[in-house]
Write a protein that binds this ligand. Structure first.
Ligand code: ZN
Length: 285
């Protein structure tokens, strides 16, 4: 299934993109795509509901805003430097264990919403990533069992303010957490439709020019490894997001001079099979 949420920010409704290409409103099923939905076997129940009701479900007009594909989760975790070449372009060592950082959940926005450069920011950058969406509570799970705890996958743009991330001391989350710094979606694509999450092409273009172009096959630590690893340190809850790191081609890595986002820029990005995002960049008012 491909799940999406639509409507004004903060009052999104659930939708499903059906196999026949129709995008339908499934509000009548009841409940948003959140921790309770995923943890309460919602995917299974929704699948059964659709068998009886898909044909009569109202279509979602193409003019509707698309929100993040998950309602605000308990946490967003990100893997840093998880592509060998990206570690190299950043001038940092290849990690021996996953580097983890958090991103504020208030940073979540829809895949076509504007990305706003915060006041005082000077080095705002892009990062196309494969995001894992947790489906079942995971605590101390083995690598072999890890995928059973995954609901599915989505596209994430891990927008980053490099000066705040790297030049202000302490941990990276300061540069990762501003409002609009986490466009997610358009779809939560369920795990059954993504048999090989470590074989997906992903790219990002800036103003029509491709700047990132790689494959999740290049990840240092794969999906099962990350889920199992993180679950040794904390309990992952349904709806939690793990963004798995970005390939080379971020603005910070461009030689000889880095390029950062400015108002008027347009980012487009895709992870194969998970949908395309597009954001206009705006300056804070
Ligand atoms: Zn990242």
């Amino acid at each position: 299934m491909k799940l999406f949420r639509f409507g004004p920010s903060g009052s999104e409704k659930p939708g499903v993109l059906l196999a026949d290409g129709r995008a339908v409103d499934v509000s009548a099923f009841g409940g948003d795509y959140d921790e309770a939905f995923l943890g309460g076997d919602g995917l299974q129940r929704l699948q059964s509901w659709l068998e009886a009701h898909a044909a009569s479900a109202p279509e979602v007009p193409a003019t509707e805003r698309i929100g993040p594909c998950i309602a605000r989760p308990s946490k967003i975790l990100c893997a840093g430097l998880n592509y060998k070449d990206h570690a190299e372009e950043s001038g940092m060592a290849i990690p021996e264990e996953p580097i983890l950082f958090t991103k504020a959940t208030s940073a979540l926005v829809g895949p076509f919403d504007d990305v706003v450069i915060p006041r005082g920011a000077t080095k705002t950058d892009w990062e196309v990533e494969l995001a894992i969406i947790i489906g079942q509570r995971a605590s101390g799970v083995t690598k072999a069992d890890a995928l059973n705890h995954v609901a599915g996958y989505a596209v994430m743009n891990d927008v980053s303010e490099r000066a705040w991330q790297l030049e202000r001391g302490g941990q990276w989350l300061k540069g990762k957490s501003a409002d609009t710094f986490a466009p997610l979606g358009p779809y939560l694509v369920t795990r059954d439709e993504v048999p090989d999450p470590e074989g997906l092409n992903l790219w990002l273009s800036l103003n029509g020019k491709k700047v990132q172009d790689s494959s999740t096959a290049q990840m240092i630590f794969g999906v099962a490894h990350l889920v199992s690893y993180i679950s040794q340190f904390m309990t992952l809850l349904p709806g939690d997001i793990i963004s798995t790191g970005t390939p080379p081609g971020v603005g910070m890595g461009i030689k000889p001079d880095p390029i950062y986002l400015k108002a008027g820029d347009v980012m487009e990005l895709e992870v194969a099979g998970l949908g395309v995002q597009r954001q206009d960049v705006k300056a804070a008012e």
